[in-house]
Design a binder for this molecule. Structure first.
Ligand code: GLV
Length: 326
């Protein structure tokens, strides 16, 4: 996407209001180029690896996971915009000053993750992998064809990502239940559970999708007791953070055949270590954290819009509530 004259003009700040930006990321140069187009005249420094920053005047930082201690070196820093949806990696850091504002991205994570979820569920239901294997061996062997239309999917986390997942699955006719911190009506979701009663939803679901942030409350929430309540053959999809799930319990549930499949895009250690049992578990489907990639275009559009707010002193969009954890 190229910036239109209109949005460049709208985002061009007054000279007095210019706040230097630092981009700290392995793709910092790509982000800098995009920011130069969207915020002409604004100085953008880049860092792509560890190292000391001598005299950065940056008041705004665009980053994902800056090296340990990096934030403490930025004396003029007032605002950090995170390139991703989840900010759990930054919140616990001791170099994050309490006075710095923190914002996160919406990107196109809703669309990306919804397509990942629909794709992997259909892949399971149509047994695509089995037919390919049969084809390779010249075997003609039809299997039952469950439909997404007849399925009940539980979407745990009904924020900007979970809502799109619910909408896209509902378009296939699936019944959607969902969970958010405090129950409220959500389009396409027939029953919304809250943080206290969400376990009631589990036994009715053919699939559970985790689209909630990792916080103190959500850490480890998918434990052995929840897995034991899942329908035999049900599918668990995690596109959020690995620490939501007790991995040992998950591996046992997959081995015992309690779960039909676990579709996992996120892991405690990434890349997934060679010795992880998940690599070779037939019912686990491992993807390398690609369900909702950060895209330079959509992230810099959001950042530039927030930058304008920042220099004008109006409240930033998608501000993180540090108490809540997202
Ligand atoms: C990626 O994991 C993100 O939080 O955007």
């Amino acid at each position: 996407m190229t910036p239109t004259d209109e949005n460049v003009a709208r985002l061009q700040p007054d000279v007095e209001q210019i706040a230097p930006i630092l981009v700290w990321h392995s793709r910092a140069e790509d982000y800098r180029k995009a920011l130069m187009q969207r915020l002409p005249g604004v100085p953008v420094e880049v860092r792509s690896g560890p190292g000391r920053v001598k005299t950065s005047q940056a008041r705004a930082l665009l980053t994902w996971a800056p090296p340990p201690g990096a934030l403490g070196q930025l004396q003029a820093l007032e605002w950090i915009h995170v390139m991703g949806a989840g900010v759990d990696g930054l919140l616990g850091r001791d170099d994050l000053s309490a006075s710095v504002q923190l914002t996160r991205s919406l990107g196109r994570f809703g669309d990306q993750i919804a397509e990942y979820v629909v794709g992997y569920l259909l892949h399971q239901f149509i047994a695509i992998e089995d037919y390919r294997r049969d084809q390779d061996r010249g075997v003609w062997n039809g299997q039952p064809r469950p439909l997404l239309k007849d399925s009940h999917v539980g979407v745990i986390g009904l924020g900007s990502i979970g809502q799109v997942v619910a909408e896209r699955l509902a378009a296939f006719g699936a019944e959607i239940s969902g969970v958010c911190r405090t129950a409220r009506p959500v389009p396409h979701v027939s029953h919304v559970y809250d943080a206290r009663n969400w376990r009631q939803m589990v036994p009715a679901c053919d699939a559970l999708v985790l689209t909630l942030p990792l916080t103190q409350e959500s850490r480890g929430m998918i434990d052995a007791s929840v897995l034991a309540q899942m329908r035999p053959g049900a599918v668990l999809i995690n596109v959020s953070r690995a620490a939501l799930i007790d991995e040992e319990a998950l591996v046992l549930a997959l081995r015992d055949g309690v779960l039909g499949a676990a579709i996992l895009d996120v892991f405690e250690h990434e890349p997934l270590p060679e010795e992880s049992p998940l690599w070779t578990e037939p019912r686990a489907w491992v993807t390398p954290h690609i369900a909702g990639p950060s895209e330079v275009d959509s992230i810099t559009i959001e950042f530039a819009d927030n930058y304008r707010r920042f220099v004008e002193g109006v409240p930033l969009a998608n501000l993180v509530d540090r108490q809540r954890g997202y």
